[in-house]
Write a protein that binds this ligand. Structure first.
Ligand code: PBG
Length: 325
């Protein structure tokens, strides 16, 4: 054959493949989610997330040091609230001495350079397991936004770098920005979970925090998986309201949305490689059906290729180790 162009030339050796790779994943891209529990020296494996743990704060601080040493620059904190502190107002969420507030301080004291983000939503604190306040079986928007503003300010007081509202209430980004400004937290950022879908893939996360909704589902606030244009609308509105970073969540089933949002906004875009996506890779790898290490890197590469600037992923530590080899 006499061919004019031979595409395999650029695939022939590891050197040329590395030279022409269009997408590069580094630990700088990672946001490591951490689940924090009360107590001391407690490390509980999450049943539906093999190899991932909910840790007491002392162990979490050690973990953060290790993550920093591996080149990971950012952690995203979630806490498991005790049942007796849960109610329908979510007021434990802005308790100055709450587990979240203590965790932010302890992590910032131990590793000041680590960029600390916190999840902002009422579900871990809600007796109903919903992201907002419930009235007559409905999740009511405006009073929930007031609660989220208090929660965000209290995280800022504890020293958080960026709050990450994951509740999908209307108007919360603008309200949180205004609340932070009025309280003089002009350096605290907002990463908006802008396009967050009502997904079945959150199941393992809800096991981790025991935060599954007590009634109904989250479809009146999280997005319909059928919708695409709406994700762009959500992201653009959040940027207008003051979001510094916008997120698409889940990740793998929504790579098209990630690309659409990336093309539509002028702020960095993050993606959340969520608990169910972690569980699927782990489960298949445990059965010997896929190669775990390769699946991790291929998955993370797909997010970068689709347009993610940042990736929240339970594989952050494993991937940092793999990339460092
Ligand atoms: C809470 C929240 C959820 C996740 C992040 N923040 C669960 C939910 O909305 O029900 C999911 C993370 C994951 O599945 O890894 N608002």
């Amino acid at each position: 054959m006499i061919l004019q162009r031979r595409n395999r030339i650029l695939r022939a050796t590891p050197a040329i493949r590395a030279m022409v790779a269009e997408t590069i994943v580094t630990p700088n891209d990672f946001i490591a989610p951490l689940f924090i529990d009360e107590g001391e020296n407690i490390k509980t494996e999450i049943a539906s997330m093999p190899g991932y743990y909910r840790n007491s704060l002392d162990i979490t601080v050690k973990e953060v040091k290790e993550l920093w040493s591996l080149g990971i620059k950012c952690v995203l904190l979630f806490i498991k609230c005790k049942d007796e502190l849960k109610d329908n107002t979510g007021k434990e969420a802005w308790n100055k001495n709450g587990l979240m507030q203590r965790s932010i301080k302890a992590i910032k004291d131990a590793v000041p350079e680590m960029y600390v983000m916190t999840d902002v939503a009422l579900d871990p604190y809600s007796s109903y397991g919903h992201d907002g306040i419930v009235e007559n079986g409905e999740i009511i928007n405006d009073p929930t936004v007031e609660a989220l503003v208090k929660m965000s300010i209290s995280h800022a007081e504890a020293g958080v770098d960026m709050v990450a509202p994951s509740d999908m209430m209307d108007g919360r980004i603008g309200a949180i920005r205004a609340g932070l400004e009025q309280s003089n937290f002009t350096k605290t950022g907002i990463m908006a979970y802008s396009a967050k879908y009502a997904s079945c893939f959150y199941g393992p996360f809800r096991d981790a925090l025991e935060s599954a909704p007590g009634f109904g589902d989250k479809k009146t606030y999280q997005m319909d998986p059928a919708n695409r244009t709406e994700a762009v609308k959500e992201a653009i509105m959040d940027v207008e309201e003051g979001a510094d970073i916008v997120m698409v969540k889940p990740g793998l089933p929504y790579l098209d949305i990630l690309r659409d949002v990336k093309n539509a906004v002028d702020v960095p875009v993050s993606v959340y490689n969520i608990s169910g996506e972690y569980a699927m890779i782990k489960a298949a790898a445990q059965r010997g059906w896929i190669n775990e290490d390769k699946a991790i890197i291929e998955t993370l590469t797909s997010f970068k290729r689709a347009g993610a600037d940042l990736i929240a992923t339970y594989f952050a530590k494993d991937a940092a180790k793999l990339l460092g080899q």
